[in-house]
Structures are given as structure tokens and as C-alpha cells.
Design a protein around this ligand. Structure first.
Ligand code: ZN
Length: 409
């Protein structure tokens, strides 16, 4: 953000800072703590909070456990405030959630799909359209493949080539009430978004250089520097899964040979016990293999450890975090992982190896990262100004609340 020069710009700047602080602390800090954190005068903070409440951006609740005297107020999401829709599109199903400022997630729908771009994205687009309202400030979509900055995605093992995600979602059409503009649809790689979420709310918070690995049917990885996953020049930098790091020599659907992702994940588990694999099918069988075949799990963990050592040698991270099946490999076969990782580390790395640990957000990281990408675009002076111009009427547009599950982080 450029520095604020006029009093109006300063106020807009401080509104963003306060909302950002409320969001990042998951609405747990009191008004006086936030006032100190942001180095604001008390009177300035009062005026800002009142203005944000009037704009349906914040709502204060008394702090729980307060004993006596004037209750301490905790600023949090307004009941009619902005919502980010977030979707995690996996190879076999998608999940759609509504997220409030502060990060509370309400799962709206979970649907299986057939693995085709149309089957996955058109059904998701219809579901998103059904949940749009003036409260919705954007939709973030996580996908299991490299995503170029313009929203084109490739998922080699599903046969997706340059799939135009925003076009297939169809949310900009004039037929869609409360449709979203192109800048309100954020499409990202699931691993990079899971890493972003760990950096904001999980085990990569405050870490200068971290490595995050997300394992589902295969494996993705990304380096996180100062809280930001390194995206590469065109957005497709997070492709450690397509480097020959796991000791295999199989051809990969991406066109390369010996990709690490061939050796780690649900596909490799299924292959290890002689079951059919590929095309994003077989999740339940893979979970069974995970629970019953020690040999398959240790093979995956060893391949994971070998690649971790190569990336640690290259990048010198403080911590390596694992999500999805990666956390399962660590929990079930951490010994095998370390047995292959340790000897492959350079001697100078072995003296002080990085911590390896399961991420804090489990399978929900990609969804939460998709939420963060929406609020990153919204929490700007321009985003808040647009919200003021299209402010919802009081009492209108309450969110869908049937058959939902609440997760509070
Ligand atoms: Zn590959």
C-alpha cells in the first residue's frame, strides 16, 4: 500500500489495518489490545470501530470471562458483514464454504464429481451462484494443479490442459444475481493455498523460510518466504512434485519421468498393493491401504523423506510442514521417513536439521488459503469503498444456514 497523505487516506488506511488485525487474530484480541498492537490513539480507535460497525464490517462483543466493571469489547465479524466463499476442488470432489472475517468457516456443500473440467467446475459454479448475495465479496478456488495467473489450470493426471476456471465457473454472467467481477474470483494451487493458510494461522506463522508439502493423490510442494508461497514468474512455481526426488523412474502424465509425486500419495499406495489407480479415483481404497499395509505406508514415507532431504539441501528451511496424506505418513511412519531423509542430508544440514511436522490445519488448509486470497483482495481501501457503495440492507441476505457444520479455528 502506498503511504497515506491526506486525512481521508489515513482513515482508509487505518480501517484496513484494523480489519486486517481482527481477521489475522481470528477475532480474539480486545479493542484495547488491538489499539496497542496498531499504535493507535484510543479516541482514533473508537471512531474507527464505530465507523466500521456502521458499515456492517465489524461487530463488538463483550470479552468472555470478564469479571467486573466496564466490559472489555472484542471486535469481530458483523452478522451482516462480508463473506468470502471458498472452494477446495480435489480430483474426485469439491467442498464449498462461507467464511467470515476472522476465519470462521461454515461448510455449505460437499459434492463428488467425475473428474472432468465441466463436471467439476460447472457444478461448483452453480453451487456458488446459489450462495451469492451482496455480502459475498469474492470466491477463492483451490485446485490440485498448477494455476497460471490468468486462472488457467493444468491437472496432468486428469487430462486437464489450460482449463479456463473462471469461464467454466460462469459467475460473471449477467444471468447470475450478485455476479462477481473477474477481480473477485481468485484461483490458486491447493498446495500454495494450504501453505498460505499455514503461514497466516498455522505452523508457518512467523517463519522466515519454510517448506510446505501437501499430499493427496500425488504430492505438491512450495517454498514459503516471509509468509508468502513463492509463486514463480507466471504463478506455476509450486511444482516440486514433478522433480525426480523420490527415487522412482516411472513416466508421469506431466511428460517428465521419475516425478516425486508418482511415489508419494494415494496413487502410489494403490499401486503398491496392486490396485487400479489414476484419474482421481480410489480415495476410500487408498485410506484402507493406509490403515492396513505397513509396507505401502513405509514405501511412501521413505520416498517422501528422500525428497524432503533434497529440498532441505537446496533451500535450508527452518521447518517442513506436511498436510493431507503427508501428515498421515509422518504420524504413521515418521521413523521410515527420517531413515531415508537423514542420510540424504548434507553433513552441514545434519547438525541442525529443520523441524518436520504436521501442519496445524489438516485437510482444511487449501480451503482456508482460498479464503485468505479473497480477503487479501477485499481488505484494501478500494475493496472497503466498494463494500460501502453496495452495502447490504439491514436484515437482508442472511446466509444459508440449513445443514451446515461450523468449524471455528
Ligand atoms: Zn510429473
Amino acid at each position: 500500500m502506498k503511504s497515506a497523505t491526506t486525512s481521508g487516506e489515513l482513515r482508509a488506511h487505518n480501517r484496513v489495518r484494523l480489519l486486517r488485525a481482527v481477521h489475522d487474530c481470528a477475532a480474539t484480541r480486545t479493542r484495547s489490545q488491538l489499539t496497542r498492537d496498531l499504535n493507535l490513539a484510543r479516541g482514533t480507535a473508537s471512531v474507527l470501530v464505530a465507523g466500521l460497525a456502521e458499515d456492517a464490517l465489524l461487530h463488538e462483543e463483550p470479552a468472555s470471562g470478564h469479571a467486573r466493571g466496564r466490559p472489555t469489547q472484542v471486535p469481530g465479524p458483523h452478522p451482516l458483514g462480508p463473506l468470502a466463499l471458498a472452494a477446495d476442488v480435489r480430483e474426485d470432489a469439491w467442498e464449498l464454504a462461507a467464511c467470515e472475517l476472522g476465519g470462521r468457516v461454515t461448510v455449505l456443500e460437499v459434492r463428488p464429481h467425475d473428474g472432468t473440467p465441466e463436471g467439476a467446475l460447472a457444478s461448483l459454479g452453480r453451487a456458488v451462484a446459489g450462495h451469492l448475495s451482496r455480502r459475498v465479496v469474492g470466491v477463492g478456488v483451490a485446485l490440485a494443479g498448477p494455476v497460471r495467473h490468468d486462472g488457467l489450470v493444468d491437472i496432468a493426471h486428469l487430462g486437464w490442459r489450460s482449463v479456463d476456471v473462471p469461464r467454466l465457473l460462469g459467475l460473471g454472467s449477467a444471468d447470475v444475481p450478485h455476479g462477481l467481477g473477474p477481480d473477485q474470483v481468485a484461483v490458486g494451487n491447493d498446495t500454495a493455498l494450504a501453505a498460505l493458510a499455514e503461514a497466516r494461522r498455522g505452523r508457518l506463522r512467523g517463519v522466515r523460510v519454510g517448506l510446505h508439502l501437501h499430499v493427496d493423490f500425488d504430492l505438491g510442494g512450495v517454498l514459503v518466504v516471509d509468509g508468502r508461497p513463492l509463486a514463480g514468474a507466471s504463478g506455476v512455481g509450486a511444482e516440486f512434485g514433478h522433480m525426480p526426488l523420490g527415487g522412482g523412474d516411472r513416466p508421469c502424465a506431466c511428460g517428465a519421468t521419475g516425478c516425486w509425486g508418482q511415489e508419494v500419495g494415494a496413487n502410489a499406495l494403490l499401486r503398491h498393493v496392486g490396485l487400479a489407480y489414476g484419474g482421481g479415483r480410489g480415495r476410500r481404497q487408498a485410506e484402507e491401504v493406509l490403515a492396513t499395509s505397513r509396507e505401502a505406508v513405509e514405501a511412501g514415507a521413505r520416498a517422501l523423506g528422500l525428497g524432503v532431504a533434497a529440498l532441505v539441501n537446496a533451500h535450508d528451511p527452518e521447518v517442513v510442514t506436511l498436510s493431507g496424506l503427508g501428515a498421515e505418513f509422518w504420524e504413521r511412519a515418521g521413523g521410515a521417513l527420517m531413515e531415508s531423509c537423514g542420510p540424504a542430508l548434507m553433513a552441514i544440514r545434519r547438525e541442525r536439521p529443520p523441524r518436520i511436522e504436521a501442519g496445524a490445519l489438516g485437510w482444511r488448509g487449501a480451503l482456508l488459503g482460498a479464503m485468505e486470497s479473497v480477503f487479501d483482495a477485499f481488505l484494501t481501501p478500494e475493496g472497503l469503498e466498494r463494500w460501502r457503495e453496495t452495502r447490504p440492507d439491514q436484515g437482508a441476505d442472511t446466509p444459508e444456514s440449513r445443514n451446515v457444520t461450523h468449524y471455528t479455528l
